[in-house]
Design a protein around this ligand. Structure first.
Ligand SMILES: [Zn+2]
Length: 99
């Protein structure tokens, strides 16, 4: 009997977890463009989750000094050279700013 109750509890928890996961998947997609503010006077760095190297790049919204930005802002900042492009996730390549 106790084991049965426990099974029910576990099933409840699993169900809730599955619902939370579905809710998470329905959320608006996380930012695809990230600006990482520089330390001190250093320029900000632009990251993107769309690049081929994005899986290797640590930058995520919520990570240290990282904030979401838009494709337009990322392109403008990189175009003006007011920000650097991450060499791992290569937002400049994604934006077509190279070659
Ligand atoms: Zn990056």
């Amino acid at each position: 009997m106790w084991a049965g109750l426990l099974d029910e509890r576990i099933a409840d928890v699993r169900q809730r977890e599955a619902e939370e996961r579905r809710g998470w998947e329905r959320r608006p997609s996380p930012a695809q463009w990230i600006v990482q503010h520089g330390i001190g006077l250093g320029p900000p760095m632009i990251h993107t989750t769309l690049g081929e190297g994005a899986a290797q790049c640590w930058a995520r919204v919520g990570a240290d000094r990282c904030a979401p930005t838009t494709r337009e802002q990322a392109r403008a900042a990189l175009g003006e050279n007011s920000a650097e492009a991450c060499q791992i996730c290569r937002p400049d390549t994604v934006l077509g700013l190279l070659g």
